[in-house]
Design a protein around this ligand. Structure first.
Ligand code: GLY
Length: 412
């Protein structure tokens, strides 16, 4: 046990050391620092990265979230001071430009405002997070009973979006679309109901989770990335895909979002159907992952095929005949998210396969995929099937390590 814990302690120390880079360099505002093969998220011109207020932003809070977990471990006030320095930006996004948001409000406000409120009882953070929940609730489409994933709810393209960007599927194909990632935005709504003692938010979250159970799951237990409803009637149309390999494939990270979303939904509601969904998806995730516990980017990716996350073409040197190529399609971010979700499942159900998989994933990530070099911000190698570092993978790795080593409560 000791070498295992020592290894995880060492990995967490690495995450803390890298959080210091953000504390030093991310100021005075936070932006969407995109994934990079060299892990140098912050390198490049600031103005090339979209700001938090941009409708596309969904990952900035993972940088701050790493600072939050460092605060939890070290209790140094400099972290709180730094985190609070962004509060006006977060308040402005949901108070002044509420329509210029997508469903990612949970990804943005749970690891920031909700986390800070839960840890420090800060009433200002509570107000910001509650306003984010109001804005997320506005995305609910009663005709169909789902939360619309993308685009503005009035379908106007924001003035700052240029013509080229306006052709993006986030705008052109947003009507009638729900996506599996949204399960991870529901905890913000459940939390808001708990805080306000009002069922409004919870009712929306339950409706969306139930519609996900009804339409996203296939006969074999795998899930769609996306599902379309008729814009006006709300009638179900069928599965769709933007992030995995194909409509009928099985995107690994989407599965991890679903596992985490369903176990959070269970923790707030006690509805067994959510626990069962989380456990069933976990067992599939475990069975379909590689021997080292890490999945390929999409469980149904044909052998030798390069991953092409969200339509991109990252592999310029892909050799279709080389079987070793399969290992280049790993997604350690999916494994990190799943490990953190497994920790939550184990609070309610002591499933040996899930316990074993969580420890296996964390050990593999710590010994095989962690970049321990302090000057490079990126932590987890081999993410997103593209051999890149992403801040969301790094964040969930750190979150899982903190919970495993210190027993901290979930911030979702
Ligand atoms: N939007 C969440 C993801 O790309 O995983």
């Amino acid at each position: 046990m000791k070498p295992f814990i020592d290894t995880l302690e060492h990995a967490l120390q690495c995450c803390i050391t890298k959080s210091e880079i953000y504390l030093e360099q991310i100021k005075p505002e936070i932006r969407e620092y995109i994934s990079r093969p060299d892990g140098q998220y912050l390198q490049g011109k600031q103005e090339d990265y979209i700001p938090l207020r941009h409708i596309f932003a969904w990952t900035p809070s993972f940088f701050l979230g790493m600072g939050f977990w460092t605060y939890q471990v070290k209790k140094e006030t400099k972290w709180l001071k730094w985190l609070h320095s962004f509060s006006n930006e977060y308040a402005a996004k949901v108070c002044h430009t509420p329509l210029e948001t997508m469903h990612d409000l949970g990804f943005l406000y749970s690891p920031y405002a909700v986390a800070l409120y839960k840890a420090t009882n800060d009433s200002h953070m509570k107000k910001i997070a509650l306003q984010a929940a109001v804005v997320l609730a506005m995305r609910f489409v009663p005709n169909g009973s789902y939360i619309q994933a993308w685009g503005r709810m009035d379908h106007i393209i924001p003035g700052y979006v240029d013509q080229e960007l306006a052709k993006n599927h986030f705008f052109t194909q947003s009507k009638g679309l729900a996506i599996i990632d949204c399960m991870m935005n529901l905890p913000l709504l459940f939390w808001a109901s708990e805080e306000t003692n009002h069922p409004f938010y919870k009712n929306i979250a339950v409706a969306h989770a139930d519609i996900t159970l009804k339409y996203f799951f296939r006969e074999d237990g795998s899930i769609y990335h996306a599902f379309r409803f008729h814009e006006e009637t709300g009638q179900p149309i069928g599965g769709d895909n933007y992030c995995g390999y194909a409509i009928e494939s099985h995107w690994a990270r989407g599965t991890a979002w679903a596992i985490y979303g369903f176990i959070s939904a269970f923790s707030y509601t006690g509805y067994e159907r959510y626990l069962n969904a989380a456990v069933d998806l976990s067992l599939q995730f475990i069975a379909k992952s590689e021997d080292d516990g890490i999945p390929v980017w999409d469980f149904k990716l044909p052998q030798h095929q390069p991953a092409a996350a969200c339509g991109s073409k990252p592999w310029t040197d892909w050799d279709y005949t080389n079987p070793a190529n399969k290992s280049r399609n790993r997604d350690t971010s999916a494994a990190a998210i799943a490990a953190s979700a497994f920790y939550e499942i184990l609070k309610f159900k002591k499933e040996p396969a899930i316990q074993c998989a969580m420890d296996h994933i964390l050990m593999t990530l710590a010994t095989k995929y962690t970049n321990y070099e302090p000057p490079i911000p990126g932590i987890l190698k081999e993410q997103n099937g593209q051999g890149v570092y992403t801040i969301f993978g790094d964040y969930f790795y750190m979150e899982a390590l903190c919970k495993k080593l210190y027993g901290f409560e979930s911030i979702w």
